[in-house]
Ligand binder design. Structure first.
Ligand SMILES: [Zn+2]
Length: 62
C-alpha cells in the first residue's frame, strides 16, 4: 500500500509515518516499514497511534 501524497513524513528507525488524505476530507496516518523483507504497513486514525506503532514496530517478529 503506497498512498502517493504523503506529507508530514517522519522517520522512526526503519519506519516512516506520513499523513495523507483519504479523498473524503479526512486525514489518515500511515506507518510503513522500509526495511527489506518487512512489508509492515498500516493506517491509523490518529497521528499518535501511527507514531506509537512506528516506535513499537519490530522487524522480522518471531
Ligand atoms: Zn519492519
Amino acid at each position: 500500500m503506497r498512498p502517493n501524497r504523503f506529507h508530514n513524513v517522519l522517520r522512526i528507525g526503519p519506519v516512516r509515518v506520513g499523513d495523507h488524505h483519504d479523498g473524503r476530507g479526512r486525514t489518515k496516518h500511515t506507518a510503513v516499514c522500509t526495511a527489506p523483507r518487512c512489508d509492515f504497513s498500516a493506517d491509523y486514525n490518529t497521528r499518535a497511534a501511527a507514531e506509537l506503532a512506528a516506535h513499537t514496530h519490530r522487524c522480522n517478529p518471531r
